[in-house]
Design a protein around this ligand. Structure first.
Ligand SMILES: Nc1nc2c(c(=O)[nH]1)N[C@H]1C(S)=C(S)[C@@H](COP(=O)(O)O)O[C@H]1N2
Ligand SMILES: [Mo]
Length: 306
């Protein structure tokens, strides 16, 4: 059963509270003055009314104005405002490490190797909300096939752009940028793992991770890093931003799992954001409902390897 609620009365730990606490912690860590930070949040009351369809895409307007992209600001609405002039015209992705064919590609070169297709995925953020987004992308394994990993390659490390001239929080050094992430090679090869170059039938907007981002739908959203500039194949598990920052709260695997609570809140349910006017609460599913990835974790303790 699902029920509607008024977000203004939502009592769950809001992302905004977390951001403020986290940001103060980071600022303290960096020896900066902890200026009071007010972060505008997603607060709009919803009238009780007609039910919302369960599997409708999140409206484009919502998915592109409610974002996590710390390089452009910590508030949900800041990336859309601060990233409007993000220049991706000279983009190059460097791909190196344990591969037979290291390559650097411009976006036109990358797009000449891949044919984007539409993939509608659920996106579940570790903060307890989710969206349904129609991406355009290509399976990462197609690119990996061109690069030809060596026998030593067991993991893939990803790095986001960190340009202080264009990204206000990178300039402010308010968080440990560049944002880095990683996957096991078999996770990166899984057909559900895509490199997205578009959404809602258009090239990605800056706030969504232009010109190319990762989307790993069975993992918490923070694994799906945006605006990728580097992909490196490694023999050992690479460090990742959130795990490095707070290892007790954010694991390397970060598989969506209702049975593994975040230390500060439950992950049993989520608020599925289907529009500006509201959200529904639903039970969170193991692997965000993408049960086909279960075979990747056979014999692994998913509570220990959170
Ligand atoms: N480079 C970078 N990638 C990032 C983030 C970020 O702050 N910087 N936030 C992550 C988080 S926490 C989530 S939930 C998703 C959000 O993607 P969306 O804004 O397109 O919904 O992006 C992820 N990728
Ligand atoms: Mo997230």
């Amino acid at each position: 059963m699902c029920y509607y609620y008024i977000i203004k009365e939502d009592v769950m730990v809001t992302p905004e509270n977390i951001f403020n606490a986290e940001r103060r912690k980071v600022m303290k860590m960096l020896g900066l003055t902890a200026a009071a930070v007010t972060v505008p949040g997603f607060s709009c009351a919803r009238e009780k009314g007609e039910p919302m369809p369960d599997n409708a895409n999140t409206p484009e307007e919502t998915a592109t104005t409610f974002n996590n992209f710390y390089e452009f600001g910590f508030g949900k609405s800041e990336p859309a405002r601060n990233a409007t002039k993000f220049d991706t015209s000279k983009w190059v992705i460097k791909m190196d490490g344990e591969v037979k064919n290291p390559m650097s590609m411009s976006m036109p070169e990358l797009l000449s190797h891949i044919t984007p297709e539409e993939r509608v995925y659920r996106m579940r953020c570790v903060e307890g909300w989710s969206m349904i987004i129609p991406w355009h992308g290509t399976e990462l394994n197609r690119l990996i096939a061109l690069l030809q990993p060596t026998d030593k390659a067991k993991f893939v490390a990803f790095e986001s752009c960190a340009d202080p001239a264009q990204m206000p929080e990178v300039a402010a050094k308010s968080f440990p940028f560049p944002y880095i992430e990683g996957l096991r090679l078999d996770e990166a090869m899984h057909p559900l793992t895509i490199l997205a170059t578009g959404a809602y039938g258009k090239p990605l907007l800056p706030q969504s991770g232009a010109p190319v981002r990762l989307v790993v739908p069975w993992k918490y959203g923070f694994k799906s890093l945006k605006s990728i500039v580097k992909i490196t194949f490694t023999a050992h598990q690479p460090p990742t931003t959130w795990n490095k920052y707070n290892p007790h709260e954010y694991g390397f695997y970060a598989n969506v799992n209702p049975l593994v609570p975040h230390p500060r809140w439950s992950q049993a349910t989520e608020r599925i954001i289907t529009g500006n006017s509201g959200a529904q609460r639903k039970s969170t599913e193991l692997f965000n409902g993408y049960g086909e990835v279960e075979e990747l974790y056979k014999g692994m303790d998913l509570i220990k390897n959170y």
